[in-house]
Design a protein around this ligand. Sequence first.
Ligand code: GTP
Ligand code: MG
Length: 259
Amino acid sequence: MANSKYEYVKKFEMDDKLPACNWIIVRIDGHKFHQFSDDHDFDKPNDENALNLMNSCAVSMVEHFPDIVFAYGVSDEYSFIWKETSQLYDRRASKILSLSVSYFTSLYVIKWKDFFPHKGLKETPCFDGRIVLYPRAKIVRDYLSWRQVDCHINNQYNTCFWMLVKSGKTKKEAQERLKGTLAKDKNELLFQQFGINYDKLPDIFKKGSCVYKDTVEETLKPDNGGNPVKRQRQRVTVGHFNIIDDRFWDEQPNILREN
Ligand code: GTP
Ligand code: MG
């Protein structure tokens, strides 16, 4: 019914269009995953299946939302970078955020059995989400560096903490032992006490995970003249790279290229 006397209620809705020319970061984070990981008996400090499940959801996100140029994940969180020129959903914050969070959550539930075939999903996983805008690619890089530094610091601490607990210390004792220690002290502790060389731990734990679209050349069946036919194809890549140094970005200049 057009133009009913009730139409005026629409005027109360807020315009939440994001300003133009800003890179859009959508960061989602598992809600109470401390409890969720205990309920599902995740390996400590890192559960490779749980991380790969998050990565698989991120790959599907990048395939589903064409304007996501890069995603970075660690632990129960994932950041999705939308290009600054994106006009999807008219740049409406509520659309972008709510669809991102609900799509990711559905993927997590649907894919669960592929990564945990012998573990039922006991609780309902849910994720919170926020949007942060950055006006320059340089700041997006600093944002990603911040997340990767956090990944390193947390992983180093958690690796020490759980090794101490597994060796018989209480959680409180492990906490006390680690209080005030520097990175080099933690590396030393892991090596001296547990024979672990931190540098040799898997990159997925130390560096987190990157997801982005890459162009690859594939060779198709030869044409009628017997000549090989080549074609450029976009594929979504997952890797565990250093995204603080320039090297990765020098090799992938298109990801954060400003328009
Ligand atoms: P909120 O995000 O505030 O709702 O709380 P949270 O409990 O999710 O904590 P936060 O996001 O700060 O930290 C993530 C938590 O998820 C970690 O502290 C771990 O307890 C848990 N977690 C994430 N990944 C893993 C994993 O691979 N193994 C295990 N054992 N736990 C994990
Ligand atoms: Mg969380």
